[in-house]
Design a protein around this ligand. Structure first.
Ligand code: BMA
Length: 366
């Protein structure tokens, strides 16, 4: 009898310890959020989409980077695109093999950088691209609806790929996942004109819950990122799917021809996002930005910088990301020889804008 009491007592102790340990061990996603929170107020990570995969004049050369060619350093944040993965393709919609994305995501992490994944998926059932908006899709992806099973199979493919992003000890590498972005626009099939707000929210919720709960992925820092254009914090939150499925907030803001008052409009949009982020105690970022082909060769110092420069903005953003440098006329970072090369160097000279070495120096001090 006495022995049994002891066994129960020891059992309780061990169980208690296990519970405490479980609480203290952070998931990879939680660790990345903490990392972003620590950066906030000190520096804004400089990011570039596809930077380690290809540039204006090169493709799939390990160690190469348009940012490095110009600055001597890599971006601190690297963006990747997984559109096409859901379809079972081995290369994404921009021609980048998923094997390259996998390898270079791991490499970016090993170098001390942070990764973020965007997703421009093809639609069911006919695999039209993200910009094909002639048919209603979102509604049919939801539980109980006609494409739901196929949609789950697509998420299974994503989950398999995400699980392969791990370090050499087999630990999942965390990254920022930004699905269903720019939903307030009408250009994507999940945009506001092509589904109801509730359908959108359910789609977002289902996607994240499936990846996290059914597929047991604990490395996704999920980001909700509308496009510039909302007029209030309420409007920013119109499609917001819930604090339990969102970890951070983002804004996508490009300057396209014909736009006016970009600096003040971007400042306003950033300030609204920041006030929501503060309320929710979440990190936030300028998740996509740039001006295609950079016809204005002082855009970085005269337009982008003034948009970010007020302390109330600079102290709150965790990163900004310029879009990709495709070989065709679709570039957003002034590659070597571009007339805006000197201007980006001046922009990057601001001590608050961090390339990879700045991030590493900060984190080494800890
Ligand atoms: C868009 C453009 C497209 C590309 C897509 C996904 O903004 O760059 O050319 O296919 O992003 O990367």
């Amino acid at each position: 009898m006495k022995k049994n009491v002891w066994i129960i007592f020891v059992g309780f102790l061990v169980f208690g310890e296990m519970l405490a340990a479980k609480k203290m061990v952070k998931t990879p996603a939680e660790e990345l959020i903490i990392r972003l929170e620590k950066i906030k107020g000190k520096g804004v990570l400089f990011g570039h989409q596809d930077d380690l995969a290809y540039g204006k004049t090169w493709k799939f050369i390990e160690g190469e980077s348009d940012v490095k060619q110009v600055t001597g350093d890599y971006p601190a944040m690297i963006g990747w695109e997984i559109g096409g993965l859901e379809k079972g393709d081995s290369i994404n919609l921009d021609g980048v093999p998923f094997s390259v994305i996998q390898k270079m995501t791991i490499k970016a992490h090993e170098m001390g950088g942070i990764n973020t994944y965007s997703w421009h998926p093809y639609s069911l059932p006919n695999y039209e691209d993200s910009w094909f908006t002639d048919s209603i899709v979102v509604k049919h992806l939801l539980p109980g609806e006609k494409f739901h099973k196929q949609f789950c199979e697509q998420l299974d493919i994503l989950a398999d790929f995400f699980s392969s992003i791990k370090d050499d000890e087999g630990n999942p590498i965390p990254f920022i996942f930004r699905p269903w972005h720019e939903m307030n626009g009408a250009w994507f099939w999940w945009g506001s004109a092509h589904c109801t707000t509730e359908e959108y929210q359910e789609l977002f919720r289902f996607t994240i819950n499936y990846l996290r709960n059914t597929k047991k992925l604990n490395q996704l820092v999920t980001c909700y990122s509308p496009n510039i254009g909302y007029k209030s914090t309420q409007e920013f939150l119109t499609w917001y799917p819930g604090d339990d499925v969102v970890d951070m907030l983002g804004l996508d803001a490009y300057e396209w021809p014909g736009m006016t008052n970009w600096v003040s409009n971007t400042q306003k949009a950033l300030s609204m996002m920041i006030s929501v982020a503060k309320d929710k105690n979440m990190p936030c970022a300028l998740t996509e930005t740039g001006i295609e082909n950079m016809p204005d060769t002082t855009w970085f110092t005269q337009t982008l910088w003034p948009s970010l420069a007020p302390d109330s903005i600079l102290n709150e953003l965790t990163y900004l990301l310029l879009w990709r440098n495709a070989a065709v006329k679709h570039q957003f970072f002034p590659y070597k020889g571009h007339p805006a090369e000197q201007d980006i160097l001046k922009f990057l000279d601001h001590r608050e804008i961090w390339l990879l070495e700045d991030l590493k120096a900060e984190e080494k001090e800890k």
